[in-house]
Design a protein around this ligand. Structure first.
Ligand code: UTP
Length: 289
């Protein structure tokens, strides 16, 4: 079975839930402590064995392209001042992987964004949505790739969510295959709790067969006039195996203001020095009341 080497990062969305900051700054560049959110996704792809990273970008995403490029002046500056640690840190970002960029001319949805990479994906490929940073001992994408190596087909990440929250996610209708692996029959976008076929939500990690492109081309525009990846996956699941893996890891939702803020606090509490700062602020505030 061919190895999966390419990972797509669709980053051409407008990030409206974070306005006004995303008017000029890509949402993927918002920091989670000292690294932009997208840096965590790229590290996950690389740790899973993907060396070719393709960003599907759009207007206003230059900061992201520059971030993964060499920064000659900064490197020189740090070198001249003997700041070796920072010099190595900066250099390591551009050498993480091979980076390429494809433009999505209009933000017509996640399905459409993925279709823009078709000319570069003749083999199975991975997709990471950067909104979800997942901290795990084995990278989540690697957990999916392991299942693909055993069972073939396409594979997506799943998470059990509370019944009241099904309407925030794509939910699958699936049959347990083994341990944490499910065979997916159907997918429903954001069902209310009484219409949800299960409590298994689709989380932004995918290993897709290139046949997905034909399915994307065949779907109609869905919710919000966008080409939805979920609709293309429904169509794919009718013709070939689509597996779901309930991954092992801790997800930090960085796609909404509240989720992002909570993620920063959570990450802070995991660092002994920053934990003290969080606790100090809480103590000070308590004292004021
Ligand atoms: P989201 O809907 O979560 O991101 O899309 P968004 O549109 O940027 O944010 P909001 O909802 O307006 O706040 C999921 C992923 O798909 C990408 C986004 O960049 C995000 O990573 N996407 C979405 C595209 O690349 N192109 C699109 O047309 C839509």
């Amino acid at each position: 079975m061919s190895e999966v080497r390419k990972c797509l990062f669709p980053v051409a969305g407008l990030g409206t839930r974070f306005l006004p900051v995303t008017k000029e700054i890509p949402k993927e560049m918002l920091p989670l402590i000292d690294k932009p959110v997208i840096h965590y996704g790229v590290e996950e792809a690389v740790a899973s064995g993907c060396r070719q990273i393709i960003f599907i970008t759009g207007r206003g995403k230059r900061a992201l392209e520059d971030y993964f490029d060499r920064s000659y002046e900064l490197e020189q500056f740090l070198k001249e001042r003997n700041k070796e640690d920072l010099y190595n840190l900066i250099l390591s970002i551009s050498s993480l992987a091979d980076f390429a960029y494809v433009r999505q001319p209009e933000p017509l949805g996640l399905g459409h964004a993925i279709l823009c990479a078709e000319p570069f994906c003749s083999e199975p490929f991975a997709v990471i949505l950067t909104d979800d940073v997942i901290i795990s001992s084995k990278p989540v994408l690697r957990q999916l790739l392991d299942v693909r190596e055993k069972l073939g087909g396409s594979v997506i990440a799943l998470e059990r969510v509370p019944h009241e929250e099904t309407e925030r996610y794509g939910i699958v209708d699936a049959r347990l295959y083994s341990d944490n692996v499910y065979q997916i029959n159907d997918l429903v976008e954001k069902p209310s709790k009484d219409k949800a076929p299960s409590d298994l939500a689709i989380i932004g990690r995918y290993i897709l067969s290139p046949t997905i492109f034909a399915h994307i081309r065949n779907i109609d525009r869905g919710e919000g006039g966008e080409y939805q990846l979920t609709d293309a996956l429904r169509s794919l699941a009718r013709e070939e195996p689509l597996w779901g893996v309930v991954y092992d890891g801790d997800r930090l939702d960085c796609g909404t203001k509240m989720g992002w803020f909570k993620s920063i606090i959570k990450r802070g509490l995991q660092d002994p020095e920053l934990k003290e700062v969080v606790l100090e602020v809480l103590r000070e505030e308590e004292y004021k009341e």
